[in-house]
Design a protein around this ligand. Structure first.
Ligand SMILES: [Cu+2]
Length: 425
């Protein structure tokens, strides 16, 4: 008979509790120049490790991600881990959480990733320009038990403004900052795969990392469901219809390949990217079901209701701020936060858009619940799109201590005033 000691030795690491199996993923990202092929031409952009968009980071849920940012740019930079519920000092926000990483210097980010799903990373310093130039990349948090799919494909949408010589347009006209933002003249999408088989079950992760454009997409060739918004699994998957992605937003689809998979810009009908079909496999018969939820707290009793009024823009009337845009009559980060919450409090945020333009409002360090007309929680998101003249209410459980930015993710709007912050103690 085996003694207890022998048994433990023979079982080895497998006998340890799950929590001690959490690992570390370590890498270095070097922001610097990167070339990009657009329409058969090499465009000088920025990127990470010479790649534009930056390399796809994949990390398992609850593992710790360690990333050294080794700044090889001529300018300062910072990196924000969009949608990850991380410790405040790792959030990558100038003034609020850290100093800018100056050229030639490095900064070490390290944080556990509590939620599975589709996230992304991007420059959060002069972001209207650095993101436009390509400083972003996908960040995927994988399930320990992944859903049953044959292929897991990432699609980074892209919108770039080229000049007459086919190079990145260096102009940032003032008018752009006061309207819809800086729109590109070439729309495309970068796919992490080129082909799939007919009958494959595919998870397609669509990310809108562009500075200002709201993408309206049609996805054809996949029969399935939308299973997640902004990384967070939907309790009831939705049909794949026309998808609207504000800057910063993500949608995950799981579907079976029934033909060539096309991503198309719906308004123009323009093709953005295609997964061609090579080979065949027998199609699954089971329907696409919901993915397990992430450990995000449900809203409790509402402790306070706070208004965030969006103001300004061309034709948007006057307001009290110094910039083109303002929140609650203030342009840019105010001394005092928009709100202070005690850890664990549920806050109702009333997002009132008094401008003639849509805005995608992004909160750092948390996800919040969008609500329906009766005020009930619907979808968990980190960025919500509020149409011109509309009011939207979201519910947030502020359970992550620190100073967290809340801003418009149309980066031209953020640059010209649409930013504030919340304090969680
Ligand atoms: Cu905006």
């Amino acid at each position: 008979m085996l003694s207890r000691r022998t048994m433990l030795l023979s079982l080895g690491a497998a006998a340890l509790p799950m929590s001690s199996l959490a690992g570390v993923k370590a890498l270095t990202l070097r922001p610097g120049p990167a070339g990009l092929q657009v329409g058969g031409k090499q465009v000088e952009m920025l990127g990470f490790n010479g790649s534009c968009p930056g390399p796809e980071i994949r990390v398992a849920q609850n593992d710790t991600l360690r990333v050294r940012i080794d700044n090889r740019l001529q300018d300062g930079t910072l990196v924000h881990w969009h949608g990850i519920r991380l410790p405040n000092r790792m959030d990558g926000v100038n003034v609020l959480t850290q100093d800018v990483i100056i050229p030639g210097e490095a900064f070490d980010y390290a944080f556990p990733v509590p939620d599975v799903g589709t996230y992304w990373y991007h420059s959060h310093y002069l972001s209207y320009e650095q993101v436009a130039r390509g400083l972003f990349g996908p960040l995927i948090v994988e399930e320990r038990t992944p859903p049953d799919v044959d292929r897991d494909v990432t699609a980074m949408l892209f919108d770039i403004l080229l000049d007459n010589a086919g190079q990145f347009d260096e102009e940032f006209p003032r008018e752009d900052f006061a309207t819809l933002g800086r729109m590109g003249n070439v729309k495309t999408a970068f796919l992490s795969a080129k082909s799939v088989r007919l009958g494959d079950r595919v998870r397609l992760r669509i990310i809108n990392p562009v500075p200002d454009r709201i993408f309206t997409l049609e996805v054809t060739g996949l029969s399935g469901r939308c299973v997640a918004f902004d990384g967070m699994p939907l309790a009831s998957p939705l049909p794949i219809e026309t998808l609207v992605l504000a800057p910063g937003q993500r949608v995950d689809i799981i579907g079976d390949v029934i033909g060539e998979v096309d991503l198309r810009d719906a308004p123009s009908g323009e093709g953005l990217a295609r997964l061609s079909v090579q080979g065949t496999r027998e199609r699954r018969t089971d329907p696409v079901g919901p993915l397990p939820a992430n450990p995000v707290p449900r809203p409790g009793k509402i402790a306070q209701t706070v208004d965030l009024v969006m103001q300004g823009g061309a034709g948007g009337g006057t307001h009290g701020g110094f910039g083109t845009w303002a929140f609650n009559d203030v342009s840019g980060l105010p001394q005092a936060p928009l709100l202070s919450a005690r850890r664990g409090e549920t806050v109702r945020l009333r997002l009132r858009n008094e401008t003639p333009f849509p805005h995608g409002i992004h909160l750092h360090g948390h996800h919040f619940w969008e609500t329906d007309a009766s005020g009930d929680a619907t979808y968990l998101r980190d960025t919500t799109l509020v149409a011109a003249g509309d009011t939207a209410e979201v519910l947030c459980v502020f359970d992550n201590p620190g100073a967290w930015m809340i801003h418009c993710h149309m980066l031209s709007h953020q640059a010209d005033g649409m930013a504030t912050w919340v304090r969680v103690t």
